[in-house]
Design a protein around this ligand. Structure first.
Ligand code: ADP
Length: 541
């Protein structure tokens, strides 16, 4: 999971940081554009007002001292039509004395601007106009003064006007209208000149102190609620700066972890789906792997079994080979000995013990030969001689002929139910009879106190089924597991070899058939042979 998720997580963090950086950069650029454009608008407004005053001071009627009062009155009315920011108009002499005035203020005595800083600035060489900072003035109302200067015939005359900052205020308010930004105008000392109530109060010191150089750029507001990214632009007409600040963070948490909620949800959904897919896929893979391992274990179990059989086979071949020749010699010698005993000898001269010994030797030799034959049959598979045979006939031979008297003396009833539809099969009669004899003999041994032997044949597709059922002792599950293993026997020493079923099994397999057993302790056993009608398409020889 970690290996799958780690790259995704790192990628997510990388994109998150990139997104943040780009979002911050574009917000900064956006603020910058607003500050620059709106500073140009403000500049234009102020320049227009200066041009308005220039027009008045340059009017020939301005120089006509006799009619100047009425000219000023008309000029103020005209100016107010152009912009209602104009509050009054006053003519000031080179000595600072207010010579003529039109406006709402009634001065009690002579007014002299000689010591005012704006007046001193204006008198400076090369200056033609001046715009002051905002001040309260005699009417305790924030306003600012703009003034223009002319020098004619060595005489200086100044035309000044007080302007209400209301227009600038309205302009800032319209800028804030969309709720995207806060805006304020501050002077070189960082004092609010024009400001909306949401940001601060006029003439109060502001959290913004834009640097004088460069003339425009990004900045960070100092501390407090206003702390954050800003952009500023200095005006060219007056040392004021327009400062704009992003208002969105204060408008409520529209984002989480700095990411818009939509993107965050999509990211989370993506991770959830990826997680689900990974878990499902991992489960499928684990299940598949376990199944493969189980299959492998089964296969290796079968291989071990096959290997064990092979090694037993090799051993058996070795034994058979080694003991066959000596056995032949013993048999021959025993025969000679038996023959040499003269049957016409008088009874008191006979060697009864010798005869008994010879009989035992003889039996033992034939028993050994029997073992070696079975071993060889198990290892080599004797030559198969295929012919068409009726299974009923072979079965009758076994239970009626070969083992008939043994069955009868063992008190065993034989029930035969042959399928009338069963056809003749292509088989090796002797080998099949050997298998059947083996099965019936085992059944007789299992029914030591008598019982019933049921033999059934049935027709199943291209196979013939032969079932040999006894009502004997049956087998435990452990015995069932080993029943086809060579040398497995539960019979007393000298009675069983443990090779009957394993040889039978290999014969039937060699026919291309199958053999299996169902048994329960105390409930008898049923051995089933599945025999193909024809072996791999072979014909009778
Ligand atoms: P053997 O007969 O020499 O013991 P087999 O391979 O023929 O060898 O049989 C192996 C063992 O299988 C027998 O010793 C016996 O325990 C068991 N067995 C075979 N047939 C039956 C049967 N019909 N009922 C109960 N046990 C059987």
């Amino acid at each position: 999971m970690l290996l799958y998720f780690l790259p995704l997580l790192l990628l997510g963090i990388f994109f998150h940081i990139q997104y943040h950086r780009i979002a911050a950069e574009s917000a900064r650029a956006h603020l910058q554009v607003i500050a620059e454009h709106q500073a140009i608008t403000l500049n234009l407004f102020l320049r227009e007002r200066l041009v308005n005053l220039d027009n008045v001071i340059d009017d020939p009627a301005f120089r006509d001292l006799s009619g100047r009062t009425s000219f000023l009155e008309r000029a103020l009315a005209d100016l107010r039509l152009t912009s209602d920011a104009f509050v009054d108009l006053g003519v000031v002499g080179g000595d600072g004395l207010l010579l003529d005035y039109q406006g709402p203020v009634h001065f009690p005595g002579a007014v002299n601007y000689r010591d005012e800083s704006w007046f001193k600035d204006l008198l400076g060489a090369g200056r033609k106009s001046v715009i002051t900072d905002i001040y309260l003035g005699v009417r305790n109302n924030p306003h600012f003064t703009i003034a223009v200067k002319r020098e004619r015939d060595g005489e200086v005359s100044v035309l000044r006007s007080a302007l209400s900052p209301e227009k600038i205020h309205e302009f800032l308010a319209s800028l804030e209208g969309a709720g995207e930004v806060h805006a304020a105008v501050v002077n070189a000392a960082g004092v609010f000149q024009v400001v909306t109530p949401r940001v601060g109060l006029p003439l109060n010191s502001s959290p913004y102190l834009p640097p004088r150089s460069p003339l425009r750029g990004p900045m960070r507001a100092a501390g407090g609620a206003a702390a954050g990214e800003c952009a500023y632009a200095w005006l060219s007409e007056v040392p004021w700066a327009l400062v704009v600040q992003d208002a969105l963070p204060a408008a409520g948490p529209a984002s989480l972890l700095g990411m818009p909620r939509g993107i965050l949800l999509i990211t989370l959904a993506f991770f959830a789906i990826m997680g689900g897919v990974i878990v499902l896929r991992a489960r499928q893979l684990v299940t598949k792997q376990l199944a493969a391992e189980r299959h492998e274990a089964d296969l290796s179990g079968q291989l071990v079994h096959a290997a064990r059989l092979a090694s037993v086979g090799e051993l058996a071949a070795g034994i058979a080979h080694e003991i066959n020749n000596p056995l032949a010699i013993i048999a021959e010698e025993a025969g000679l000995l038996k023959d040499s005993l003269d049957p016409d000898l008088p009874e008191d001269e006979e060697e009864p013990d010798l005869k008994e010994h010879l009989r035992i030797i003889h039996d033992a030799v034939f028993r050994c030969r029997d073992i070696t034959r079975k071993l060889l049959a198990f290892v080599r598979h004797a030559e198969v001689k295929l012919e068409q045979h009726s299974i009923d006939a072979i079965l009758e031979d076994v239970v009626g002929g070969m083992l008939g008297s043994e069955l009868a003396t063992s008190n065993i009833a034989v029930v035969c139910e042959y399928d009338p539809e069963a056809r003749e099969i292509l088989t090796d009669r002797n080998q099949l009879a050997q298998v059947l004899v083996n099965l019936v003999k085992n059944a007789i041994d299992a029914m030591s106190g008598g019982g019933t032997l049921t033999i059934r044949t049935a027709h199943k597709g291209d196979r013939l089924l032969v079932k040999i059922k006894d009502s004997g002792c049956g087998m435990t599950p452990e015995q069932l597991q080993k029943v086809f293993m060579p040398f497995f026997t539960t019979k007393a020493p000298g009675k069983g070899t443990g090779l009957g079923l394993s040889v039978s099994f290999s014969i039937i397999k060699n026919f291309g058939g199958n053999m299996y057993v169902v048994s329960n302790p105390g409930q008898g056993s049923t051995f089933t042979l599945e025999l193909p009608y024809a072996m791999n398409g072979q014909r009778a020889v």
